[in-house]
Design a protein around this ligand. Structure first.
Ligand code: FDA
Ligand code: NAD
Length: 426
């Protein structure tokens, strides 16, 4: 049993949705494009799962957040795929790939062949078991990567209003879920090994602003330690977590966000990997020229930094997908991907954006006791990264533009004095 397509997108997440839109814009014919996804639904905007989806009132639900609604583009419902002659194969896991033969084998036993493959398999959440802790498959321990996880999290959350949550991990999932749990009237304790939250991006000064705000909402922080074991009741539900520092925290719900691993396993030994992802060139093309990789799974050259990176953010998934399809459909007209990394988050009523690279020395500016503040990162005499909380659309555009220009910075004190004005006038 088998089917053949010109183009196959493997994975049905954010990058897949944006790739599909670009394929139709560039004139793919009916029946040429297929999307195979393990998830049972059409591609959707994954960031909604830790934000609107978890709200106690009027939560976001599909079909409202199918891609590509997040970038103010068309919203691609299952009907849209049908109307555009795109074969959407949901609820189907690809269990092996043969890039020499150009075939994929699904768990249902179907062989799907392609001329061009776009790998958009994203990543999976790391499990506590990978850090030597067992029992994380208990009914009230929640990870958050896909819709099934989000539904489960909502159900557990609703069953323990007024109860205690332990959030493991101080990264994006930890911070966004902690805020959502508080909004759902659950008492939250966050546990993470670093000295402050969002250690991959925030400086201690930026982190302390958010930690103070969370504390004002009742969140407790336990830093510099990790979970060592769970305690269970007779039904197998977790009742408490024990930490390596000896403390014990009662828990009605545990939310775990301890990082991800890109889904590369189908291609190990077949494609070149780098920095944990599938290595691609400036056209998002892998070491096999019929295979492209986009989104969380791709390690691509970031021209601005002169090195390769694997990014785990939605804007990068959207733009890398668009660029790969341009390179596939119109190779002569498509230059190298020239991407300015962009990350953002929204928690409670706060919202920040970051552009570029957080390398070198940070220069903080603005009012850290108010609502608008930020930081620039200066590396080798140039501005390479900018962070801003509470900015206006114009201010965010200004820091993005300034970061892309990589202006030379001679006087850090002067830069600090100018603050946001520097970006607005550069
Ligand atoms: P994505 O994970 O979206 O999709 C991968 C798809 O491949 C899935 O459908 C999966 O089932 C499928 N797949 C994998 N292996 C398969 C196989 N063998 N066979 C078939 N299908 C397979 N970023 C940001 O910038 N701002 C934000 O606010 C957020 N918020 C956020 C919240 C939450 C809860 C998460 C989990 C993530 C975010 N992110 C984010 C990150 C962002 O969502 C992420 O970078 C993109 O979803 C990456 O898009 P991809 O398409 O690469 O992977
Ligand atoms: P992350 O990499 O942001 O944070 C992982 C955190 O895990 C670290 O900050 C650390 O505190 C913690 N940690 C590491 N090892 C640990 C251990 N042994 N025990 C306890 N804690 C440990 O990853 P995440 O928060 O799990 O997010 C998953 C993915 O989802 C990431 O790719 C992230 O970019 C994405 N995401 C992004 C956003 C956003 O951009 N706004 C929002 C949600 C999720």
């Amino acid at each position: 049993m088998g089917r053949a397509f010109v183009y196959v997108i493997l994975g049905g997440g954010v990058a897949a949705g944006y790739a599909a839109l670009e394929f139709t814009r560039r004139g793919v014919s009916h029946g040429e494009l297929c999307i195979i996804s393990e998830e049972p639904v059409a591609p959707y905007e994954r960031p909604a799962l830790s934000k609107g989806f978890l709200l106690p009132e009027n939560p976001a639900r599909l079909p409202s957040f199918h891609t590509c609604v997040g970038a103010n583009e068309e919203r691609l419902t299952p009907k849209w795929y049908k109307e555009h002659g795109i074969e959407l194969v949901p609820g189907t896991r690809v269990k092996s790939a043969d890039v020499r033969r150009k075939t994929l084998l699904t768990a249902a036993g179907e062989t799907i062949s392609y001329k061009i493959l776009v790998i958009a398999t994203g990543a999976r959440a790391l499990k506590l078991e990978e850090f030597g802790v067992s029992g994380s498959d208990a009914a009230n321990v929640c990870y958050l990567r896909d819709l099934a996880d989000a539904n489960r999290l909502v159900n557990v959350m609703q069953s323990c209003a007024g109860g205690n949550a332990v959030v493991i991990g101080g990264g994006y999932i930890g911070m966004e879920c902690a805020a959502s749990l508080v909004i759902n009237k659950i008492n939250v304790t966050m546990v993470f090994p670093e000295a402050h939250c969002m250690a991959r991006l925030f400086t201690p000064k930026i982190a302390s602003y958010y930690e103070d705000y969370y504390e004002s909402k009742g969140v407790k922080f336990i830093k510099g330690t990790v979970l060592s074991s769970f305690e269970f009741d007779s039904s197998g539900k977790v009742t408490a977590v024990n930490l390596r520092d000896g403390s014990r925290l009662p828990a009605d719900i545990v939310v775990v966000g301890i990082g991800i691993r890109p889904n590369t396993s189908l291609f190990e030994g077949q494609l070149t990997l780098e920095k944990g992802g599938i290595k691609v060139n400036g056209q998002l093309q892998s070491s096999n020229n019929s295979v492209y990789a986009v989104g969380d799974v791709a390690t691509f050259p970031v021209k601005l930094f002169g090195e390769t990176r694997r990014l785990e953010h939605v804007d990068s998934a959207r733009k890398s997908a668009g660029h790969a399809v341009a390179a596939i459909m119109e190779p002569e007209k498509t230059g190298e991907f020239d991407y300015l990394p962009f990350f953002y988050s929204r928690v409670f009523t706060m919202s920040w954006q970051f552009y570029g690279d957080n390398a070198g020395e940070a220069v903080h500016f603005g009012d850290y006791s108010g609502h608008t503040f930020g930081a620039y990162w200066i590396n080798k005499g140039h501005l390479v990264g900018s962070f801003l909380e509470g900015g206006t659309k114009e201010e965010y555009e200004a820091i993005a533009k300034a970061t892309r220009l990589k202006p030379e910075i001679e006087d850090l004190i002067e830069l600090q004095k100018q603050g946001l004005d520097f970006a607005l006038t550069v």
